[in-house]
Design a protein around this ligand. Structure first.
Ligand code: HBI
Ligand code: FE
Length: 287
């Protein structure tokens, strides 16, 4: 029975593994640099300034895959967060526990050239380039901890679907409104060359003012560009809505309501842009 013991020994209960930075190959570092350069060209003027500040604070402009220990040192000073390596997606309760304790779980692997534009699981570029810079922003750092605590409570109430939608439409695919126009802060967008442009400039998707209940009712796409993006007014406003709200009655109300389809626009939506859905219809037509 030794084999099973060895397997058990490999994955700790919190799923944390060593980053093992020395095992990255030159090709791995070259892939990071290729992805980084592509985004460095696209994001000025598209990403929220706080994201760009985060890249500077964490000195992520240096070549090669960052060492999580160095990131954690700087992050700890800025907002008390750290980055830990995990093999891939971890169970929800493990994920929430890490966030509630200001630990961001990041995949340590990096995508292969054939996966450069689309990969199933979050790799180190999605997790570290996409998610980590915003963790240097105090208010967003508070939001991510509050999300983790909310997840622990929601887990107990079977309301994970609603909370996963909140994560998806803010942390992963969120937009924010500035006087000069809309800007990106969602990790899934800032780590994607094509979606960094599509989310802000394509006529296809809806862009709708953020509303907590609306977002928690709205389904999302995991396999393609979003058909709707939700726009917050500020990180302070997003945090206030999350911290000051008792979610239990919201979950009870949501349990009795049908989900809203990703492409739908409702009469009382604050609509920044009514999408044509041309992209999604064309993709559907191809099937
Ligand atoms: N695990 N490593 C990892 N990264 C995630 O982003 C992640 C996860 N597990 C669950 C999860 N995200 C989502 O289901 C959250 O909305 C809970
Ligand atoms: Fe992510």
């Amino acid at each position: 029975m030794v084999q099973i013991d060895v397997l058990k020994a490999e994955i700790a209960p919190d799923h944390v593994i060593p980053q093992d930075w020395d095992s990255y190959t030159p090709a791995d570092h070259a892939m990071w640099d290729r992805l980084f350069e592509r985004q460095a060209k696209l994001l000025p003027g598209r990403a929220v300034p706080e994201f760009m500040d985060g890249l500077d604070i964490l000195r992520m402009d240096r070549p090669g895959i960052p060492r999580f220990e160095e990131l954690s040192e700087r992050l700890m000073k800025a907002t008390g967060w750290q980055v830990v390596a995990v093999p891939g997606l971890v169970p929800d309760d493990v994920f929430f526990d890490h966030l509630a304790n200001r630990r961001f779980v990041a995949g340590r692997f990096i995508r292969k050239p054939e996966e450069i534009d689309y990969l199933q699981e979050p790799d180190v570029f999605h997790d570290v380039f996409g998610h980590v810079p915003m963790l240097a922003h105090p208010v967003f750092a508070d939001y991510m901890e509050a999300y983790g605590r909310g997840g622990q409570r929601a887990n107990g109430m079977g309301a994970l679907t609603n909370l996963a939608r909140l994560y998806w439409y803010t942390v992963e695919f969120g937009l924010i409104r500035y006087d000069e126009g809309l800007r990106i802060y969602g990790a899934g967008i800032v780590s994607s060359a094509s979606e960094s442009v599509f989310s802000l400039e394509d006529a296809s998707p809806n862009r709708i003012g953020f509303d907590l209940m609306r977002v928690m009712r709205t389904d999302y796409r995991i396999d393609d560009f979003q058909q709707s993006y939700f726009v917050i007014d500020s990180f302070e406003d997003l945090l206030r809505q999350t911290l000051e709200t008792d979610f239990a009655p919201l979950y009870a109300t949501l349990a009795g309501q049908d989900a809203i389809a990703p492409e739908d626009v409702l009469p009382d939506d604050h609509v920044d842009h009514l999408g044509t859905q041309a992209y999604a219809s064309a993709k559907a037509g191809e099937k």
